[in-house]
Write a protein that binds this ligand. Structure first.
Ligand SMILES: Cc1cc2nc3c(=O)[nH]c(=O)nc-3n(C[C@H](O)[C@H](O)[C@H](O)COP(=O)(O)O)c2cc1C
Length: 416
């Protein structure tokens, strides 16, 4: 069994040495604070350099070389070119050098080689009781601090200085970095934690399952998101869009009933009165129908706003998306939803709220795929509903609703 706490990670059956190795791995972290002035003994620097050189390299090309700097005069010259300062109080610095040697054909693994060497050294540094930080972005940026350090150290042309690692005893506590939960980044047997079977099941259901799954308990689900980066998706051949026209109320109720949004005609009429009566002129720009080759209205959606509050022109609401029963599984819903969302965006709205429910979980997957996410208050109130959607879709955006058996050993944020 694995157990994990903020102080360490333990796995059953491990040797003491193995545990010590894991302890080092889990206690390494980037340190950007002040260092004590105590020098780092040469034996320690030597051990760190050897750890770096013992790292794997692509085709064993050994593209990495290293320079440890502990001479105070040289250190001062290096510090003078690192602007803004980084690791400036460290009594030693290791400079990582890389040569872009071809491993085979046109493949060069120089970057992977030095990354492996750096991690080995960071672990050795940690094992010896020191702290460090991988400074690469800072020194290889457009101001090319790395080239100036290389100049100070007589690094020949063709060899690039790619990273510096300060080494020393930390004067302060190292900050805990925020890491994403285990279950968001690591899985068994497939991306997102879904087994092949469950992914296939979703794919099959997306193709042929009735859009309204009445076997599921009902929970109201509300998603929200920005109206940016929306893809464009044409309707399948033979279908076209039509805007609402006077007299389309009956067609709307018929489609919504067929999609099981209402159990009776009266219910449909009541919903129309509540949402749209008196707004018919607006609907001509906001309500859409998908029409089939025979001229029959097959699906509908409305780019509206929250009727409980005034239209602020910023927050749109997607209303009453429905595809009638005999037209389901034909790829109409995604183009229809996108048509409504694009219309909203083109009318100046920047965000959209999308109310839906567990019984139409396939539509919910479409919204999640488009980047919409549960509204936090609804995620709390309808947690069970969202858990259901996660278990049906294995959608990676819903990882926080994963069931206990799916979560794996660590779900609580940082490792150490
Ligand atoms: C390729 C690479 C470049 C990095 N460059 C910098 C840098 O220029 N400055 C810095 O403060 N940290 C740098 N870091 C450290 C990361 O910010 C750090 O690893 C990350 O925030 C996670 O924290 P942790 O190392 O404590 O787990 C770099 C790390 C890597 C892998």
């Amino acid at each position: 069994m694995n157990t994990e706490s903020r102080r360490g990670f333990h796995t059953d059956g491990i040797t003491e040495e193995g545990q010590a190795c894991l302890d080092v791995i889990f206690s390494r972290r980037s340190y950007r604070g002040k260092y004590r002035p105590d020098p780092v003994p040469r034996e320690h620097l030597d051990a760190i350099l050897r750890a770096g050189l013992s790292a794997p390299s692509g085709c064993n090309r050994q593209t990495v070389s290293l320079i440890a700097v502990d001479d105070p005069t040289l250190l001062a010259r290096i510090r003078a070119v690192i602007d803004p300062p980084a690791g400036e109080t460290a009594p030693a610095v290791i400079c990582v050098l890389s040569r872009r040697i071809i491993a085979y054909r046109d493949r060069c693994f120089a970057t992977q080689d030095y990354a492996a060497a750096i991690e080995n050294m960071l672990l050795a540094i940690t094992a010896l009781g020191y702290r460090s930080c991988w400074y690469e972005g800072h020194i290889t940026d457009t101001d090319r601090i790395c080239d100036r350090i290389a100049g100070i150290l007589d690094v020949p042309e063709g060899t690039e200085l790619v990273c510096v690692l300060p080494v020393g005893i930390a004067e302060e506590e190292a900050r805990l970095p925020k890491k994403k939960p285990f279950a968001e980044r690591a899985w068994y047997n497939g991306f997102g934690g879904g087994t092949e079977r469950s992914r296939m099941r979703v794919a099959q259901m997306l193709q042929k399952y009735h859009n309204h799954d009445s076997r599921l308990p009902y929970y109201e689900l509300i998603l929200e998101g920005k109206l940016t980066d929306l893809p464009v998706m044409p309707l399948p051949a033979g279908y076209r869009f039509e805007n609402y026209r006077d007299g389309d109320r009956e067609a709307w109720i018929r489609i919504e009933r067929s999609a099981k949004e209402f159990s009776s005609w009266d219910e449909g009429e009541e919903a129309w009165r509540k949402y749209y009566e008196g707004h018919e002129e607006e609907l001509k720009k906001r309500m859409f129908f998908v029409v089939n080759e025979q001229g029959q209205k097959a699906a509908t959606a409305t780019a509206f706003y929250d009727i409980r509050s005034a239209d602020d022109g910023v927050n749109g609401m997607l209303h009453w998306v429905a595809v009638c029963a005999e037209e389901q599984g034909k790829g109409l819903s995604k183009p229809l939803i996108l048509k409504a969302l694009h219309t909203m965006k083109d009318s100046g709205y920047t965000r959209a709220v999308i109310p839906t429910q567990t019984t139409t979980w396939l539509a919910c997957k479409v919204y999640l795929d488009l980047g919409f996410r549960p509204v936090p208050r609804n995620a709390e109130r309808s947690r069970k509903g969202w858990e259901l959607i996660r278990s049906l879709t294995w959608h990676p955006a819903l990882v926080e609703f994963a069931g206990a058996e799916e979560k794996g050993p660590d779900t609580e944020g940082t490792l150490l």
